[in-house]
Structures are given as C-alpha cells and as structure tokens.
Design a protein around this ligand. Sequence first.
Ligand code: ADE
Length: 254
Amino acid sequence: MRFDILTIFPEMFRGPFDYGIVRRARERGLVEIVVHNLRDFTTDKHRTVDDRPFGGGEGMVFKPEPIFRAVESVLGERFDRERVAVVLLTPQGRVFTQAMARQLAQCARIVLICGRYEGVDERVAEHLATHEISIGDYVLAGGEIPAMVIVEAIVRLLPGALGCEESARRESFAEGGILDHPQYTRPADFRGLRVPDVLLSGHHAEIARWRRRMALAKTLRNRPDLLEKAVLSDEDRRVLEELRRALPKTDESR
Ligand code: ADE
C-alpha cells in the first residue's frame, strides 16, 4: 500500500512514521509513505495555496487548483475508485471508526489531503475526494495530526504488520465488542496498591470470568453506546444488570 500526504507542513511528518509498527511495516516493504508539499503544486511566484472566502467572512480558504493538481500528479487524471481513496480531512467529515480503517486497509493507494485555515474549497470534497473524514468531534488546527492517526490505524491492519501476539488482540471493540479488561503486571503490591487477588490465583476460569466482568464494567462506565451493538451472552446481560444496579445515579466523577 502507498500513502501520499498533501500538506503545507511536510516537516510535521518527520518522526511519527519512524517508530514502532509503522516503521516496521515500512522496513518490511508493506507500506510506502510519501509526503508532498502542497506549495509545490502552485504556479504563482508566492506559492499561494489559500484565498479569501466568496461571500465574505473570517479567515482563508484553501484554493482548489493546487489540490487538484497535486492529486492528479500523484495518481494520474483517471484512477480506479475501487482501489484508490482520496481522503479529505476536515471536522465536517464522517467520524473515523475502526470499520472505516478496515475498509480503507483494502486500498492499494490512499491520498490524504490535510486542510488548514477556515476550510477547503468545497469542490475538493464534491469532485475530487472519495472520502471526507473527521477523527472526532473536536476542531484541530489542521488535518496533519488526523492524517497521522489514520495512517497508523490502517497500517496496523495490513497483513504482516503486527507480530502474532499483537495480531490476536488486533481489534478489541471493532466488531460487536466491548472495551478491553484492565491489565496488571509486577509488582503485585505497588505503594500499597495491590493487584486483584484473582489474577494471582492461577485459577484460569475465575480469571476469565473476572476479566469479562471488568470489561463490561468499564464499557458501561466509559462507553455505554458500545453495549447497544455488542454481542452479549445471557451471563453478560445478568452481570450488566448487576453492575447497573450498583452504579451511582450520576457517575461523572471519572
Ligand atoms: N481538521 C481540523 N479538525 C479536524 C478533525 N477533527 N478531523 C479531521 N480533520 C480536522
């Protein structure tokens, strides 16, 4: 797979892809990541990428020409919309999910367009991008960090990118799942904070039951929305009922 990232701040991408899973995937030849300066696709002396908004208002808007020219330069004017994704990163996009990461991981090429300023000329979203994506309901200064998030989420799904151990735990809550259970490691007593006894008991069935209960409790507290789609056993539902009854009326404290 190959990523092409279009940005006015290519220097921001020095570093984030040089560590861990993404670095290993690059070294194994599973992924190539090419960062392009959008200003290289301008034609005027000042290398202008933005202009004032038609209709008035604050701020500046990315012009369409450098973006169209950059995408056409990296992909050619015609591209296979089945195997190529052109992703515009904006807070107005569909919110990125693990399901979207899985779908995008099937592509041979992905172009990521990092917006800035007050926005990007809408003709890019309407006539060039195949996807308009936001990484969450908050506004960042630009699409660069969202692009890094998306690259990492996709690269770790590529076959061969993870070691076997990591692969087994690849998608904890991606499909009808709930959040992971808490983990502990040595020391068993850290400043008087003890690891739950059950984890030291060696009783595997008890440990599995405890972990499932804690995973349900964490999901109920932090992400109750996931429970609507989660695949739950009768025992899970019984445990959830018990946990709900034990829950304080308003638990906004954590
Ligand atoms: N640009 C600014 N905020 C963003 C967000 N939340 N997601 C994607 N791109 C953005």
